[in-house]
Ligand binder design. Structure first.
Ligand SMILES: [Zn+2]
Length: 299
């Protein structure tokens, strides 16, 4: 697994070489970036790999220099996790990061009932317990097999039939409530895993945005978690195809338990042409309806 960090900021074109120098001086090799000119400023987005030599502390030092020497304060950061082919082949489980390179995979919650309580007084993250079926405008599911609704996955009738046909196991379906125009309404079902995975390994990469507030003491808000890592022996006796993780995830406001899928689940999706095989969000295959599964790492 490789962690890449992309920076994005604007600079005067004339200072471009000096900015590249700042990176190189701190031991981060970057080449001349792709120039996207806009007025007098140039968009600058170097991407580099984080490893033992290029640590995140080093990157924070680069930001300090950029601010001190060039007055650059607004630096966008984006992390990419790239997996090797072997990691895809060996992974017994996958996280599903997207069901399409398009905002249409996210559906708005139209009034599902939840009971809410404060999880962290510091950052205000809330616990959320679902009390009713999910409420969405199902007409937006047209042509899509799986959509994401505030931490939950909702499947089309066709996908439900396929999963049953392929005898995938370890989940229940709960029909959602349609809220919206009668026309275009269609049946849709929340996928509810019936098992929770054992705890994942503590070795998981934890990052944070150096340009933002430091992470909250609850260890959730402000922390960017790398791929899930599991101990092999913990997963040895696992049966089924869909699971909740033991750890909390959050969407910035609410906590939820992430859903993980078996290797076989991913294979079924690809075999039936629901999605092409996509490896990472930079994969050229990643189109508006392709599913992005990331492998969990095993140690
Ligand atoms: Zn917190």
């Amino acid at each position: 697994m490789k962690v890449e960090l992309e920076n994005l900021f604007s600079i005067d074109e004339s200072s471009q070489d000096q900015v590249i120098n700042v990176y190189n001086r701190h031991g981060i090799a970057i080449g001349a970036p792709e120039i996207r000119k806009r007025n007098l400023k140039t968009k600058f987005n170097p991407i580099f790999t984080l490893n033992e030599d290029v640590t995140y502390e080093k990157v924070a030092a680069v930001y300090e220099s950029l601010e001190r020497e060039f007055g650059i304060v607004s630096i966008g950061e984006r992390f990419y996790f790239e997996f090797s082919d072997l990691e895809y082949e060996w992974a017994p489980l996958f996280t599903l990061n997207s069901t399409g390179n398009s905002p249409e995979m996210f559906l708005e919650d139209k009034g599902t009932l939840f009971s809410l309580s404060t999880h962290c007084k510091n950052c205000g993250l809330m616990d959320k317990e679902q009390l009713s079926p999910i409420v969405i405008d199902t007409s937006h599911m047209k042509g899509r097999h799986l959509v994401h609704v505030s931490g939950y996955w909702v499947a089309s009738e066709e996908l439900v039939a396929l999963l049953k046909n392929e005898k995938l196991e370890g989940f229940e379906f709960l029909e959602v409530i349609h809220q919206g125009p009668e026309q275009g309404k269609q049946p849709a079902y929340q996928i509810i895993p019936t098992q929770i995975l054992p705890s994942s390994s503590q070795d998981r990469v934890k990052l944070y945005f150096a340009t933002e507030q430091p992470p909250c003491s609850c260890g959730l808000n402000g922390v960017i978690k790398g791929p899930d890592i599991y101990h092999q022996e913990d997963l040895a006796a696992l049966k089924g195809d869909v699971f909740y993780s033991a750890e909390w995830s959050h969407d910035g406001r609410y906590l939820y338990k992430k859903t993980l899928f078996s290797k076989r689940f991913r294979e079924v999706i690809i075999k039936h042409g629901i999605s092409r095989e996509v490896r990472g969000e930079k994969d050229r295959n990643f189109g508006p309806k392709d599913w992005l599964f990331d492998p969990v790492l095993i140690k």
